[in-house]
Design a protein around this ligand. Structure first.
Ligand SMILES: [Zn+2]
Length: 369
């Protein structure tokens, strides 16, 4: 039997041991090599001159030979203006990429000896990069789609015996009883529970054998409805593809829109006899659920898109080695430029808005132009 990839030595091409062996300058050169693909040539962020610029050793900065602009290896990228030493920054990056279900800001703060807010800002910036720079190609072939509810409070567990409407009325009409009060507050309570609940939609493209998911695209909606579902699919799935979903009516019109739609009835089975299922979408929700229950403990609607995207990235890069993941993440960080959502977080600046499907499409369109 061949060895599982996650157990192989190839996966461990970069670890905490390598960082511990580094000096602060080595760590800085690690970032420089990933940014400029060179150890001795830098690109001035001001005038764009590629040269072996003057190095100011004490400040770990370069001075441009043409415009005399001073810059560091993180100038003009998401980590612009960071206060962490390069070694710690690299360690934080390693922790982020190697955690299976993500890492909470508190845990990162304990491991690195930094404030939880610093860790949250660091991780927030990485998630911003993932949301904005994620590669979202047009999916084709077999695609699994579904929507899962996240955030808010868990709904009340199912009762063993359904009470009849007459019994409900009898309880409501019981004058002065505590039960009456409880029942009157019930709908209010449910509204409150739902207020912070959102739906994460997921599209997962399967490989040629139809066994593994190779690409994951996510978005967030307020409810699982036809308008959002169709708009999401229309944008990211090629016409003529086969889409598998559950029996939710939100997807029932897909056959008329140029897709081949197949549905599995979850009330009966998880996989039809002819192999139709949407288990890769369920698998994604299982991971995201574990992140919600085990790592973050709470996901507010404001940041649900960020967390969903983070998990989508973790799923898609699961067969990469540690160094490959860090390289890809740094490439996206360099491409993204300054952080828009997390700069000035310490001064009280907050993004505030949640990112729903329409916002995501707008972000994508603005970056393409
Ligand atoms: Zn310059």
């Amino acid at each position: 039997m061949t060895q599982h990839f996650l157990l192989s030595a190839a996966l461990r091409d970069f670890s905490l041991k390598d960082i511990l062996d580094m000096s602060e300058d080595d760590a800085m050169m690690f970032f420089a090599e990933h940014r400029w693909k060179s150890r001795d040539h830098q690109v001035c962020p001001q005038c764009g001159l590629i040269d072996n610029h003057y190095f100011r050793t004490k400040r770990r900065q370069w001075k441009c030979k043409s415009c005399e602009h001073c810059f560091s290896v993180t100038s003009g990228m998401v980590f612009d203006g960071h206060r962490l030493p390069y070694k710690l920054l690299l360690t934080a990056l390693l922790l982020f990429t190697s955690a299976a279900q993500g890492m909470s800001a508190l845990q990162m703060s304990r491991l690195l000896g930094i404030q939880a807010k610093s860790a949250a800002t660091f991780e927030g910036k990485l998630k911003e990069v993932l949301v904005k720079q994620a590669n979202r190609p047009l999916l084709k072939g077999i695609i699994h789609v579904d929507g899962g509810h996240f955030g808010g409070k868990p709904r009340r567990a199912r009762r063993r015996r359904k009470i009849t409407p007459e019994e409900v009325m009898a309880r409501i009409n019981q004058k002065g009883s505590a039960k009456r009060k409880r029942y009157q507050g019930c709908s209010q309570l449910n509204l409150k529970k739902k207020a912070n609940k959102r739906v994460t939609y997921v599209l997962r493209e399967l490989d040629a054998e139809g066994k593994k998911a190779v690409k994951t695209i996510v978005c967030v909606g307020k409810t699982e409805n036809e308008r959002d579902a169709l708009a999401f699919i229309h944008r990211y799935v090629e016409k003529g593809s086969t889409i598998m979903s559950d029996e939710n009516p939100a997807y029932s019109k897909l056959n008329t829109l140029g897709y081949t739609h197949m549905a599995v009835q979850h009330s009966i089975e998880y996989c039809r006899d002819d192999g139709v299922n949407e288990n890769q979408a369920e698998s994604f929700f299982s991971r995201l659920r574990r992140m919600e229950y085990g790592t973050t403990h709470r996901i507010t609607p404001t940041y649900l898109m960020d967390y969903s995207q983070e998990m989508a990235w973790r799923e898609d890069t699961r067969t990469m080695t540690t160094l490959e993941k860090i390289t890809e993440l740094l490439k996206m960080c360099n491409k993204n430029g300054l952080s828009e959502w997390w700069r000035g977080y310490w001064q009280g600046n907050r993004r505030g808005d949640e990112i729903l499907l329409n916002d995501l499409l707008k972000i994508e369109d603005s970056l393409r132009t």
